[in-house]
Design a protein around this ligand. Structure first.
Ligand SMILES: [Zn+2]
Ligand SMILES: [Zn+2]
Length: 390
C-alpha cells in the first residue's frame, strides 16, 4: 500500500500549557489529527514534541480511552485512519553553532523513558526543541539504546542545522556512527537536486517534512511511501532503504525557491541575493551581516557542480500548497478540499476538467501550473518566504 507521511509537525499547546513556543496555539493534538485526516489526506504524522510531559500525558489519556491504539510494531493508530509517530526535536551544540535533530520512538514507554532521561540535560522539558547539554553523537547513542531512530532536521537551514550552522560535513558530527543516523530531513529551502551535490549524502534516503508551526502548513512537504503496514517498523525500513517491501516512492516538497532561506539575505539592506551562487557578502552594500542562503551554502560546500543522484534516489516533486497560489483564498481552498477529499488530491491528482467545473478555469489552470512547475517564482531568503509572481 502507498501512504503519505509528514514526519515533522509541532504541537503549540497541550493540557493547557504551551509546548512549542513559536507554534500556533491551535496546533493541539486533536486539531493535528483532524487536519491530517479531513483536510490534508495524510496517513502518517510525526509529532515532534512528545518528550514534553504535557504531551505525554495527553497521549496516555488517548491510549486509555481507546482513541489511540498502540501498534505491535510501533506507532499509534487513530481509528485505523492515521498513524501517529512519536518524536522529539532536540537541539545540540556542535562545531560553531547548534543543530536540530528529531528522535523517533516506536512505543509510548520508550518516549516516556527518553523524556525522563532528557530531563538531566534540558532545563525546561515541558517546552519543545530545547537545547540539550549533549553532543549529537551522545544523543544518537541514547536514542539508539532506547530503540529509537535519530534524524537530523532541516539540515541546511542557516540557523540550527548541521550544514547550515555547524559543519561542512554532517559526518563530522557523528563520525563512524553516521551509519546509525536513520536519514536526513532536507528542509523547505532544499531539494534532492541540491542535496545530491554532497557526496556523503548519497548513502541516505531523504525525507521531506513540513516542520509545521500552524495547522495550515501541515503537509506542505511530505513523503509517499510504500509499506506493508503503516507502523514504525515498516516506516523506518523504508527510510533505511534496505527493504524491497517498504520504500520511499517520492518526496514532495516546496520548490526550494519558496522556502524562507533559499538565498542569501543582507540584514543591513534587506536584499535577497539573485546573483550566481554562492553569494557570501552583500553585493549591494558590501555588508557582512548576512544570512547565508541554503543554495549559497550548498554551492560553497558542494562536492559536485551538478547533482549526482544515486541510482535509487526517488523522484522529488514540487508541492505548492493552495495557500501559496495567488487568487486562491481560504473559501476556494475549503471548497476544493470538500469537493475532492484532500489537499493532496487537489494539488496532484484531480484532472483539470474536474477542477474547472468546481472553481472555474482561471483557478483550475493555476493549480495545474503549480503542479507542472509553470509558475514564475521569486526566491525567498533571511526568513521571508519566496513568492509566486505569476
Ligand atoms: Zn528545528
Ligand atoms: Zn521543528
Amino acid at each position: 500500500m502507498e501512504y503519505f507521511a509528514d514526519l515533522h509537525v509541532h504541537i503549540g499547546q497541550s493540557c493547557g500549557r504551551p509546548v512549542k513556543v513559536a507554534a500556533s496555539r491551535q496546533l493541539t493534538l486533536d486539531a493535528i489529527i483532524k487536519t491530517c485526516v479531513d483536510v490534508k489526506g495524510l496517513n502518517i504524522v510525526g509529532v515532534v514534541d512528545c518528550a514534553s510531559p504535557s504531551v505525554l500525558s495527553e497521549i496516555k489519556e488517548k491510549i486509555h480511552s481507546g482513541e489511540l491504539e498502540e501498534l505491535p510494531k510501533g506507532g499509534l493508530s487513530y481509528r485505523g485512519r492515521l498513524t501517529l509517530i512519536l518524536g522529539a526535536e532536540i537541539e545540540t551544540a556542535e562545531g560553531k553553532g547548534v543543530a536540530h535533530s528529531v528522535a523517533y520512538f516506536p512505543h509510548f514507554k520508550q518516549m516516556e523513558e527518553f523524556s525522563n532521561l532528557l530531563q538531566k540535560y534540558i532545563t525546561n522539558i515541558y517546552l519543545s526543541s530545547q537545547r540539550a547539554s549533549l553532543k549529537a553523537r551522545e544523543l544518537l547513542h541514547i536514542v539508539k539504546n532506547l530503540g529509537g531512530k535519530l534524524v537530523p532536521a532541516h539540515v541546511f537551514t542557516p540557523f540550527k542545522s548541521f550544514y547550515g550552522s555547524c559543519y561542512d560535513r554532517i559526518s563530522s558530527a557523528f563520525g563512524d556512527q553516521f551509519d546509525d543516523v536513520a536519514t536526513v530531513e532536507l528542509g523547505l529551502s532544499a531539494d534532492s537536486d541540491l542535496a545530491d551535490r554532497i557526496k556523503e549524502l548519497s548513502v541516505k534516503k531523504f525525507i521531506t517534512n513540513s516542520d509545521a508551526h500552524s495547522l495550515d502548513n501541515i503537509g506542505r512537504e511530505y513523503n509517499k511511501i510504500k509499506l506493508d503496514n503503516p507502523d514504525f517498523e515498516s516506516l523506518f525500513e523504508a527510510i533505511g532503504g534496505k527493504s524491497s517491501n517498504s520504500k520511499i516512492l517520492a518526496n514532495y516538497g516546496l520548490d526550494p525557491r519558496l522556502g524562507k532561506y533559499h538565498r542569501t539575505f543582507c540584514l543591513s539592506c534587506n536584499y535577497v541575493a539573485d546573483a550566481e551562487p554562492p553569494v557570501l557578502s552583500c553585493p549591494r552594500c558590501s555588508g557582512e551581516k548576512i544570512v547565508v542562503g541554503v543554495l549559497d551554502r550548498i554551492t560553497s560546500i558542494a562536492d559536485y557542480k551538478e547533482s549526482l543522484h544515486p541510482q535509487e534516489r526517488p523522484p522529488y516533486y514540487y508541492n505548492i500548497p493552495l495557500k501559496f497560489i495567488p487568487g486562491i483564498g481560504r473559501r476556494t481552498s475549503e471548497r476544493l478540499i470538500k469537493a475532492f477529499g484532500s489537499e493532496i488530491n487537489v494539488l496532484h491528482q484531480v484532472p483539470l476538467e474536474d477542477l474547472e467545473s468546481e472553481v472555474g478555469t482561471a483557478v483550475a489552470e493555476k493549480i495545474i501550473a503549480a503542479r507542472t512547475g509553470a509558475l514564475k517564482l521569486k526566491a525567498g531568503g533571511g526568513g521571508i518566504y519566496g513568492k509566486i509572481i505569476s
